[in-house]
Design a protein around this ligand. Structure first.
Ligand code: ZN
Length: 470
């Protein structure tokens, strides 16, 4: 099974500052990690513990060691919570392989860790190089090594360190012929990264279907597409690849898109889920991916995706379109927004893009439609449900912008730092872009969940656990 490790940008920056103090000598840290044990085994950094430099003995340009006693409180905590342990150390000289020294110290440390922690969970050893690149391996109780396929840093940039690229071990897959021109624009490394990505797209309508089309053509390896609805006549104005025959056959949107993606023939794996995101299996399938795209207009759905992003350390790209018209059919405003959300920084809630009262109102409507209708008639709830105007050309602009946002995070082609563009509003009425920077402030609602991964009660939400499997 593939194993991956994810860190946030803040975690990786703290780690790099500690591992490279500037004296040319190695340094060490350990991390406690939550997990997503699904289609892949994803290790998710939860808690970073820096080993003080003066507690290490020896500490030279080529070796670092510390007394195991130093980490007993962390091992005890990992045992209690069933967390994985990851050891990090630096190679200040840039040596991109595990040394014999590393082999012997890992063969001593990890059986001890496995002896301390009862849960049958993987533990790993990771090396960071001076440029921040990382490679690593699982070390089992017998001291056997298995490479970690990718190490991802979800920060202002989306850094994906593949084991084969960083260590030069193994055969790198060349870009597929259809992706050659992407490589001309973004380089082989980005094109190869796309070819290994798993992406979840939640919402397969006006923006979602256009996002999906682009991800397929960009050569993304695997897509999880989620939408509960069937194709209706009034969708034909904007959902790519849907037809009147689909309307008559009442086919689910995800099924139509799935068939179309397979027909395109680029080898994309697709998991279509014709359900609401408020479903244990849907949440787990999103959490198996590397990236989530939000293409829904519900506050509740966007709240849930932000929560998944925190629990499962995922980058979250959100797109929304607001096309307002008065009752004479006269357009008053054409605008939209893009959000890039990092798991441990500002959220859609702390940015004011999602209001908790809307999240609650929509939850009430979903769980208890009759009571909701009553509250609405009685004026307790403002409308969250009006049919809004929708136009494919407007959706296409914003769907293109959000996919370009992903590319900009993978391959830094902008003149300015990505943190200047946490939110971008775009008014087509004014032909203006309105970027807003990342505040750098963790959202109090989500930050406490960063890296928790799978929990006994999925994301602490009882309703997701009803009838769910592993
Ligand atoms: Zn080493």
């Amino acid at each position: 099974m593939d194993v991956t490790l994810s860190l946030t940008g803040r975690q990786a920056a703290a780690l790099q500052a500690h591992l490279f103090p500037g004296d040319g000598r190695e340094a060490a840290a350990i991390a406690l990690c939550g997990r997503r044990a699904g289609k892949r085994h994803r290790l998710l950094l939860r808690k970073l513990v820096l080993i003080p430099h003066d507690a290490c003995e020896p500490r030279t340009a080529t070796t670092v060691a510390w007394p195991t006693d130093l980490i007993i409180p962390e091992l005890t905590e990992a045992d209690r919570r069933g967390w994985s342990v990851v050891k990090f150390h630096s190679h200040p000289g840039g040596y991109n392989a595990f040394s014999e020294q590393d082999d012997s110290s890992d063969s001593l440390l990890f059986p001890a860790i496995a002896g301390w922690i009862d849960a049958d969970v993987p533990h790993a050893s990771v090396v960071m190089l001076p440029d921040g690149a990382m490679f690593g391996r699982l070390v089992d109780a017998e001291g056997q090594f298995t490479p970690i396929e990718t190490i991802t840093v979800v920060g202002e940039r989306l850094n994906i360190w593949r084991h084969d690229e960083v260590t030069g071990i193994g055969v790198l897959t060349p870009s597929a012929p259809f992706a050659k021109r992407h490589a001309q624009a973004f380089g082989e490394r980005t094109t190869r990264a796309l070819g290994h990505l798993s992406v979840a797209v939640v919402g397969c309508s006006g923006t979602g279907s256009i996002v999906i089309e682009q991800l397929v053509r960009l050569g993304v390896r695997r897509l999880v597409i989620i939408d509960p609805d069937v194709v209706k006549n009034h969708n034909l104005n904007r959902i790519l690849n849907t037809t009147m025959a689909d309307v008559l056959a009442k086919r689910p949107k995800v099924e139509v898109l799935h068939d179309r993606i397979v027909e395109v023939g680029l080898g994309t794996e697709v998991l279509p889920l014709a359900c609401n995101l408020f479903d244990g299996d849907a949440v787990r399938s999103v959490a198996d991916c590397d990236i989530v795209f939000g293409c829904v207009d519900s506050a509740e759905g966007r709240f849930l995706m932000n929560r998944i992003a925190a629990f499962y350390l995922m980058p979250y790209f959100d797109v929304g379109v607001a096309l307002d018209a008065d009752d004479q059919g006269e357009i008053t405003q054409v605008c939209g927004y893009l959000h890039y959300v990092q798991p441990d920084l500002s959220s859609l809630v702390s940015r004011g893009a999602v209001a908790m009262e809307d999240v609650r109102a929509e939850g009430e409507r979903r769980r208890n439609p009759e009571h909701y209708a009553h509250l609405r008639r009685a004026g307790y709830i403002n409308n969250v449900d009006e049919d809004r105007p929708a136009v494919i050309s407007v959706n296409t602009v914003f769907s293109g912008l959000i996919v370009n946002e992903m590319l900009a995070r993978l391959h830094d082609f902008r003149d300015e730092r990505g943190d200047l563009y946490a939110t971008v509003g775009f008014s087509l009425s004014q032909m203006m872009l309105y970027p807003e920077p990342e505040t750098g402030l963790p959202c109090p609602i989500f930050a406490k969940h960063v890296g928790r991964g799978d929990t006994a009660l999925l994301m602490d939400l009882p309703e997701l656990s009803v009838g769910g499997g592993g």
